[in-house]
Design a protein around this ligand. Sequence first.
Ligand SMILES: [Ca+2]
Length: 521
Amino acid sequence: MTRRSFAAHAAGLAAAPFLASPLLGRSAGGSSRPNILYIMTDDHAAQAISCYGSRINQTPNLDRIAKEGMRMDRVFATNSICTPSRATILTGKYSHMNGVPVFNRFDGSQPTVAKMLQQAGYYTAMIGKWHLGSNPTGFDYWNILPGQGVYNDPTLYDKDGSTVYKGYATDIIADITMDVLKNRPKDKPFFMMSHHKAPHREWTPDEKHRKQFAGKHIPEPSNLRDDYAGRTDALHEQKQSVFRDLTRRDLKIPPPPGLSRMELQKWLSVKPAEVEIEVDGVKKTLTGKELEDWKYQRYMQDYLACVQSVDDNVGRVLDWLDANGLKDNTIVIYTSDQGFFLGEHGLFDKRFMYEESFRMPFLVRWPGVIRPGSTSGAIGINCDFAPTFLDAAAQPAPKDMQGRSFLPIWKGKTPRDWRHAMYYRYYHDPGDHNTRAHYGVRTETHKLIYFWKKDQWECYDLTADPMEMHNIYNDPKAQKTVAMLKKELYRLKKEVKDDDQFADKQPQDSSYVQAPPLKKQ
Ligand SMILES: [Ca+2]
């Protein structure tokens, strides 16, 4: 929609009282059940989306979903890494209930929202990054990246074998999404999961967006040089530091010629303490603070360039829906499997229960049901997604799903008994980044984190200290608050049936798979 027609649309809504009528959302074809297009990226932080107040980039197409629908401000992953978040989204259950606490294989024989929607007469499709080890179940069509997949000329595979697609992964996943929608059976509503690889590490942009961000200066977060004073051992021990842990591969440093494949892999995995760059034909060696500044810029330039390609492609898909008469009866969601640190606390990656990492962006458009330009501060979790999709399809959610439908929130009526706190648990320790295992509770105003293997605690007042720099756990003035939070933490832990099932021993990592052989042409 153009700016002008959006204004006209908004004016029309303002003139007539807004009613969330059950008739609204009914398609021209007479089906009252809406289509669901669920677009999810990998590691896209809300602080890199302009409608969430980004200081570092502009995402006009993602903003368009918020302008035409709702921006949810407090949706959180219950275990902030790829495979567990995806398993939770499909099952509506916490990691300890669906059996995926780390990067282990998802048991696809268990009930999932895809199977339930398929059973209810939906055409179900899954495209792009899956990362659950086992093949998708409950989808009429699926075509996925093996494991993480690659950015350029990616291989995707379906039940019949692999295909190499020439081009850039983000463009390709959007193209296949539109192709499948074009060729879908038209007598059924659809549930489409369109999952991008971007902007996952190692943040390889396409040439157009790389150029757009090359040389751009990205403002640093105020706590890029956090000294971790007053915090537990976990922040001191992590290996996800922008300054210390980015590799030559991450920083896109060109390798010397003549290396064997093995030598090249080894060379690229080095975390460089000095880097030689060339400015206007003059070579210069960067070390110390100069190198740190440069690393942050290189990281963010590539990350944001990958995001920009996502934004363009979401715009293409929205245009396609609108041009094909699918706007009114299609719920469009944009989210990410978790957030990401963009230098906050000096970090990249996710895993920690700090805001930037475990907060999921969540934008949703549903014309006639969701008031354009609305926002919600209700606390949502990724267990809520499956019950929400089922509710939209007028299907009951099984009792053992651990989330609640967002539909009343979307309609502007947050239930009085909606949750005021959520429970989190991360297990992958030491994992790829030596991130310490922890569980915790986040309320509307506070957060309490327990690093159980260390027996150490952190507590934050999110209103007074939104950047989570001051651990008030031992502050005498905070003891009443800490005690209340502890009570709530253990109440929730019990409520979600976390009996420490995976506290001491986690399953083997097994969500990375090889693509099957290429299909015969
Ligand atoms: Ca992820």
